[in-house]
Design a binder for this molecule. Structure first.
Ligand code: GLN
Ligand code: ZN
Length: 767
């Protein structure tokens, strides 16, 4: 029984890779320096895995930016606009764009890797796409490992996942038709890898966790048949993760590979199907039993039962155990949290980061093959005790919260009256002009804001000094908005570092790590909060600044909250109860905050849900159940107010066309939504469906420093006006302004107000 790790994090325990790469971009260090640092990082993670007795350690799981981008390079799938560049310059240009010496090449698109918060670079395909092998990186890493005495298992992305994740950049082609072009290059690659004496090659095909068409299944079979005929000694591991094989199971079982990996964490039930099908033959079954997506310790007792089940049908040599997916998605090492006073030892005993997960895998193996060993038995007992303590811990379980969730009824998710009625009452109450203007919440977070917050966190300035600073920023921002003459103001969110962290820090049931970094994309890392216990709100979280802002202006100031689904989605969530239950707990905390804001005189409250769509399951058949509880959680948070109080929501980062009905079911009075980059393409869906409530299609793309003109925004508003009743249209940027600078923001918002004015003139003209 071998142990296998599908991949290891690569940014470095202290984000060394991020720091080095960013220095390299600034020309502060040379390419040689960078490669020395990356070599050290790889050595360290290989050694860590080796020391924990892992049998199958990955190579080529390292990446300077992204593994899909690496695969593009390996297959020579390089868009024309980067062809004049070479080496690292080309590589980073593909990821980040390149503007120099008359070359102006926009970056390749980036999108989420399945249902994770990791973003990959989307491969681009054209009509006569050529693929050419470049095996340098893979071969180098295999050699590097072997020089350190480690016989590694290289990992690559399989052809079907690679093609299906990519995008056709020209009309009239279908990316699957490129299969015959790409397969021979894969063959060369496999031959090349085989020359370097590796025993196993891991081919990742997580696309198997999604719905595949008949055609896609057929090309799958064809590709792997083709691979099986290549004359090599190495053996193939086919890795699927993040969900079951589902309807692709029969296909997967029949593929001529030596090892089939399943994500047992996500689908322990499918293990039965696989064992019962009796189709494995002499294939090895790799059980991904240690969770690569979350930070909780394994339940050894449960895992052993699953392994026993496998043992009842398979010989022990036919069973491997390992991580459910790559450990890329969890932080490095819990030991680094030693001085984290927040993370008390009770919570800590329930956590396992990447390094701890390695140990879990090897302990599990020992428990299977070496049951009587005292040391292992005591680790088993420790694990059992920790898991049992979690079930009853007073730190986690808050009966008041549980009872509140149990008692929720349908009425708690509904406003008093329906929208058409509320709209009338809100118009009376708020007295806003036609085409009301607003922003999404945050205003520029300047260096000064960030510096002052850092100083406060380090204790270098007092609470009073910090508050005085925030107050000054808020006041200036209110005056600024009055000056540009926006209709609905915001307080600017200067007190917030991050839209989830800010709330998590004030809620019970959350903890934060010091070094729990996880790669989000390229050199960007995030430190997701950990939701370990029942969530409750000890006291108001946002009322102070919202009420202050409202007190200094006659205009309406919009209260600003992060919604329950987004808080859930961007955290590590406890695995001892359904996500929907945790989400409802957060929803209740936000609901209380909404009520407090209303009582403080705030008449418009925005509850941001940019991550609603991200939570969608990989398989369509599971969408409905998810959307049902997610939308309901939002409604719980939003529905306790009187009809006159206007609830806004905001969404961005995604295409929403396919979930438009659910968005309507959220029943927010107003939705502000990102659309400007797709020239309001998105809005078509809102029209086909006749989106019933008010809507603010983003007319100013805040992701770029360019200032949109009044005419541009007016053009977009004209479009919106042809699609929706004028009385339902809001005028706003497409997201928060926190990453922008003040001067450009000023000009852009002046133009935005102008465009709304123009729209008003036109309407009164017609009338
Ligand atoms: N209110 C938040 C802001 O303006 C919304 C951010 C987001 O949509 N990601 O920053
Ligand atoms: Zn946004």
């Amino acid at each position: 029984m071998k142990t296998i790790v599908l991949g290891y994090p690569r940014v470095g325990e202290k984000r060394e890779l991020k720091k080095a790469t960013e220095k390299y971009w600034k020309n502060d260090i040379s390419e040689d320096d960078l490669s020395t640092i990356t070599r050290q990082l790889r050595e360290k993670s290989w050694r860590t895995q080796q020391n924990q007795g892992i049998d199958l350690i990955s190579s080529n799981d390292f990446s300077l930016y992204d593994q899909v981008l690496d695969m593009c390079i390996t297959l020579g799938c390089i868009p024309e606009r980067f062809k004049n560049l070479g080496g690292l310059q080309q590589y980073f240009a593909m990821a980040r764009g390149h503007q120099a010496n008359g070359v102006d090449a926009t970056a390749m698109e980036m999108t989420k890797w399945f249902d994770t918060n990791y973003h990959f670079i989307v491969p681009e395909f054209i009509k006569n796409q050529v693929f050419i092998l470049n095996s340098e990186k893979i071969v180098n890493e295999i050699q590097e490992a072997s020089e350190l005495g480690i016989s590694s298992k290289p990992v690559i992305i399989g052809p079907i996942t690679f093609l299906l994740l990519g995008k056709e950049k020209e009309e009239g082609i279908n990316r699957l038709e490129l299969l015959d072009e790409v397969l021979p290059v894969y063959k060369q690659l496999i031959l090349e890898i085989d020359k370097h004496g590796v025993d196993y090659l891991q081919i990742d095909e997580p696309i198997l966790a999604t719905d595949l068409t008949k055609e896609e299944q057929l090309v799958f079979a064809r590709s792997y048949d083709y691979f099986s005929k290549i004359n090599v000694d190495l053996k193939f591991i086919l890795a699927n993760y993040f969900d079951c094989y589902g309807k692709n199971l029969e296909l997967a079982l029949k593929l001529p590979v030596h090892v089939l990996h399943i994500d047992v964490v996500r689908c322990s039930l499918q293990l039965n199907d696989i064992l019962d099908a009796n189709l494995l033959g002499d294939k090895i079954l790799s059980l991904g039993i240690v969770d690569g997506r979350n930070i909780w310790i394994n339940d050894f007792e449960k895992s052993l039962a699953l392994i026993e089940k496998a043992k009842s049908k398979l010989s022990i040599n036919q069973i491997w155990i390992g991580t459910s997916c790559s450990l890329l998605h969890v932080p490095y090492n819990l030991e680094l949290e030693e001085n984290n006073t927040q993370l008390n030892s009770e919570v800590k005993q329930w956590l396992a980061f990447a390094k701890q997960k390695l140990q879990e895998i090897s302990v599990l193996k020992q428990l299977v093959i070496n049951k009587k060993n005292d040391a292992v038995v005591s680790l088993f007992v420790k694990n059992k005790k920790a898991n049992e303590s979690r079930k009853v811990s007073a730190l986690i379980h808050n009966n008041i919260v549980k009872r509140r969730v149990d008692k929720l009824t349908l009425a708690d998710s509904e406003r008093v009256s329906q929208f058409s009625m509320r709209q009338v009452l809100q118009r009376k109450e708020l007295r806003l002009p036609l085409f009301p203007t607003t922003t999404i919440g945050s205003f520029p977070q300047t260096k000064e804001v960030r510096k002052t917050r850092a100083k406060f966190k380090k204790g270098e300035i007092s609470q009073e000094e910090y508050d005085a600073f925030i107050q000054k920023e808020t006041e200036e921002t209110i005056r600024f908005q009055e000056e540009v003459d926006l209709d609905v103001l915001v307080h600017g969110e200067f007190e917030r570092n991050d839209m989830v962290e800010y709330f998590g820090e004030q809620l019970e049931g959350f903890v934060f790590t010091k070094f729990g970094w996880v790669q989000s994309y390229g050199t960007r890392c995030v430190k997701p909060p950990i939701i370990f216990g029942d969530v409750s709100r000890p006291k108001p979280m946002t009322v102070k600044w919202s009420a202050y802002a409202q007190s200094i202006t006659k205009k309406h100031v919009k209260g600003m909250l992060t919604g329950p689904v987004t808080i859930l989605q961007w955290s590590f969530v406890r695995n001892d109860q359904a996500r929907s239950v945790t989400c409802n707990q957060i929803a209740l905390a936000i609901r209380d905050e909404v009520i407090d804001l209303e009582n403080a005189g705030v008449k418009i409250i925005q509850i941001d849900e940019p991550a609603l769509r991200e939570g969608l399951p990989l398989r369509k058949e599971d969408w409905e159940a998810y959307l049902h509880w997610a939308v309901n959680a939002f409604k719980i948070s939003a529905s306790a107010v009187k009809d006159e109080t206007q609830i806004h929501t905001h969404m961005c980062y995604a295409e929403f066309n396919d979930i438009i009905e659910s968005i309507a079911h959220m029943d927010a009075d107003v939705i502000t939504i990102e659309t400007s980059r797709s020239e309001m393409e998105l809005l078509k869906a809102f029209v086909d469906f006749k989106y019933p409530n008010e809507i603010g299609p983003g007319v100013y793309d805040i992701h770029s420093p360019r200032v949109p003109s009044q005419e541009e925004m007016e053009y977009l508003l004209d479009k919106a006006s042809s699609l929706f009743p004028d009385g339902n249209i809001w005028v706003n940027p497409d997201c928060g302004l926190k990453t922008r600078d003040w001067p450009e923001t000023k000009t852009a918002l002046k133009n935005l107000v102008q465009s709304a004015n123009r729209m008003r003139e036109k309407v009164s003209y017609v009338a």
